[in-house]
Design a binder for this molecule. Structure first.
Ligand code: NAD
Length: 275
């Protein structure tokens, strides 16, 4: 891990939810490489957070692992307080923790199932983002900081999930727009619409979907005949680290001071076919 003081996030302090795996972990490690003074990583599972700390190597002393659930404002408030207590400020907030609905279509679900998926998924993917911002925005105003939300190809297009996931990701796109408006001029708010990452992304526990991961869904199509073919830039879904660049750009005061309310489509070009 490179020393602080040489990157696009020199001396900045970040707070990332869902950073014990997947894109959240990759962004945390990349922020350290970009010179972040400190990165607080929140997740439900201490073991996962520990894997991020281990992966950080010599940068681990700039990481602050925090166990908590993004559905709990008390957990989030304690985590924001701990971040400021340890590093003195907060510059970059990354609401990212989420679950997926495994493409459960309206025709393959009962009303009861839709309700269960909706309640847990919206609680984590939408309310969780709102609560994360709600507990941290004052610190960001103070630092003239910014927010970079993890969105999805499903924030723009069909077939990145079922109706619940797609609606939730469209909702977070609305959060980018509204919060960019409300928090200007002191806090910038942007999003990265990632897509097709081979991660451990799970489903709502209440519906029994927490035992499966999106990686297992991708693996079913490794013969090349599956949905991976609709990513023009790559046949296989990429490593999360390939998607971290837009987070660094949008988080960087030096490089993105005039960008707010924007979403970077970092999805391998899913939209170029237009159908
Ligand atoms: P992931 O499962 O590796 O990461 C999500 C993390 O969030 C996990 O560590 C999980 O434990 C944590 N988490 C889940 N619920 C939580 C809660 N209630 N409180 C705290 N932490 C919680 O999967 P990922 O693919 O890296 O997903 C991260 C984000 O990326 C999600 O918002 C997801 O919707 C989005 N996304 C993923 C893909 C993809 O193809 N993998 C595509 C588009 C968008």
């Amino acid at each position: 891990m490179s020393d602080p003081g040489i990157g696009w996030l020199d001396g900045d302090v970040a707070f990332i939810t869902g950073a014990g795996s997947g894109i959240g972990q990759a962004v945390a490690l990349r922020f350290l490489q970009e010179g972040a003074k400190g990165v607080a990583i929140l997740g439900r599972d201490p073991g996962r957070l520990e894997s991020t700390v281990t992966a950080a190597g010599t940068g681990a002393d700039r990481l602050l692992p925090l166990v908590g659930d993004v559905r709990s404002s008390a957990d989030l408030q304690a985590a924001v307080d701990a971040t400021i207590g340890r590093f003195g400020k907060l510059d970059v907030l990354v609401p990212n923790a989420g679950v997926w609905d495994f493409n459960k279509s309206i025709s393959r679900t009962t009303p009861d199932e839709i309700e269960a998926i909706y309640d847990e998924l919206f609680d984590i993917n939408v309310k969780g983002y709102l609560l994360t911002v709600s507990t941290a925005w004052r610190a960001l105003v103070e630092s003239h900081g910014n927010i970079v939300m993890t969105l999805s190809n499903a924030a723009f297009y069909a077939a990145g999930g079922g109706p619940v996931y797609t609606a939730a990701k469209h909702a977070t796109r609305g959060l980018v727009t509204q919060l960019a408006y409300e928090l200007a001029p002191k806090v910038r708010v942007n999003g990265v619409a990632i897509g097709g990452l081979r991660t451990d992304l799970r489903g709502p526990a209440s519906t029994g979907m927490s035992e499966r991961s999106i990686e297992q869904s991708f693996a079913k199509h490794d013969d090349g005949r599956g949905p991976n073919l609709w990513l023009p830039l790559h046949h296989a879904s990429p490593d999360p680290v390939d998607s971290t660049g837009p987070y660094v750009l949008l988080a960087s005061r030096r490089n993105a001071s005039v960008i707010t309310g924007a979403v970077v489509n970092a999805d391998g070009g899913i939209g170029v076919r237009g159908f």
